[in-house]
Design a protein around this ligand. Structure first.
Ligand SMILES: *[C@@H]1O[C@H](CO)[C@@H](O)[C@H](O)[C@H]1NC(C)=O
Length: 276
């Protein structure tokens, strides 16, 4: 199993590198650390009814210096399977748990999108107690305090597994004093594809208004329908664009459209954050 997965991934890396060269991709090249730490799978379960997303929790108590480098929401963790050779590209997962869980308990929660025949597929088939390997925490994360010091309204937009860094942000307690009014527009095909529904009450209690938006809901759905960007576009103008900030995570199409809508409504570019 493992070696064919590795081979497949290697082929995908080459084809995505080729695609990147053609499309003048603006991302900086990814360089992974060459030190890998073993991590215990402490929890693994489906995160959605259709089992396209999985909750994965890792225990890194044997390597506390690594979780100590999870400093802000929006950072990434590279993950690979011990059975795969080091030439295979690792999975790069957005950390879903808030930084204090890493600092205090050496604990990471991740949301894994299960892609048949890929490393993620093999990962989602593991059992609790199994070992994976993780590399150093990557990225700067959302620099909320810098970009959003004077923000009175914070708009969050997520689709699919893009909710993962948003969960980290909400649960990091960034808005503890409830200074900012926070709204989360969260898009998925239907409720069977929407992770973290059991946390909405908790998020609301911490001052986040959650607006689920379903593109193909069943008939009983009375909430917002369509895409996150169409739902947001239908809403009234932003009253104070100069003190409005935004955080965007998810499909490129969504993040691009929301960015142009926000700019058109007068939100400044520096206050629109993404985690990649
Ligand atoms: C993490 O793993 C260690 C063993 O390496 C164990 O002692 C500890 O109880 C585990 N922590 C949790 C929260 O499961």
């Amino acid at each position: 199993m493992a070696s064919s997965v590795c081979l497949l991934l290697r082929r995908r890396l080459f084809s995505s590198l080729a695609a990147a060269a053609v499309s003048h991709h603006s991302h900086p090249p990814l360089t992974f650390s060459d030190t890998w730490a073993p991590a215990i799978v402490s929890h693994l379960s489906p995160a959605t009814a259709d089992e396209t997303l999985f909750h994965l929790s890792l225990n890194l108590s044997s390597h506390p210096s690594l979780p100590a480098r999870h400093l802000s929401p929006g950072q990434f963790l590279p993950l690979r399977l011990p059975s795969c050779s080091s030439s295979s590209p690792p999975l790069l997962l957005s950390i879903a748990s808030p930084p204090h869980l890493a600092r205090l308990h050496s604990h990471f929660d991740l949301l894994v999108k299960r892609v048949p025949g890929s490393l993620s597929d093999a990962l989602c088939g593991m059992t609790e107690g199994d070992l994976v390997e993780v590399g150093d925490v990557m990225g700067n994360g959302f620099q909320i305090p810098d970009a959003h010091q004077d923000v009175a309204v914070l708009l969050m937009f997520a689709t699919g597994s893009g909710i993962s860094p948003i969960r980290s942000l909400i649960e990091s307690g960034f808005n503890q004093n409830k200074k900012a009014q926070v709204r989360l527009y969260y898009g998925a095909r239907n409720l069977d594809r929407m992770a973290y529904q059991d946390r909405f009450k908790y998020w609301e209690s911490s001052g986040v208004k959650v607006i689920p938006v379903l593109s193909r809901p069943d008939e009983s759905w009375s909430g917002a329908r369509g895409y996150v960007q169409t739902t947001f576009l239908r809403e009234k103008q932003i009253p104070r664009p100069s003190s409005t900030g935004a955080v965007l995570c998810g499909h490129r199409h969504m993040t691009q459209e929301i960015t142009s809508i926000l700019l058109a409504k007068g939100v400044s570019k520096e206050k629109i954050l993404t985690n990649f």
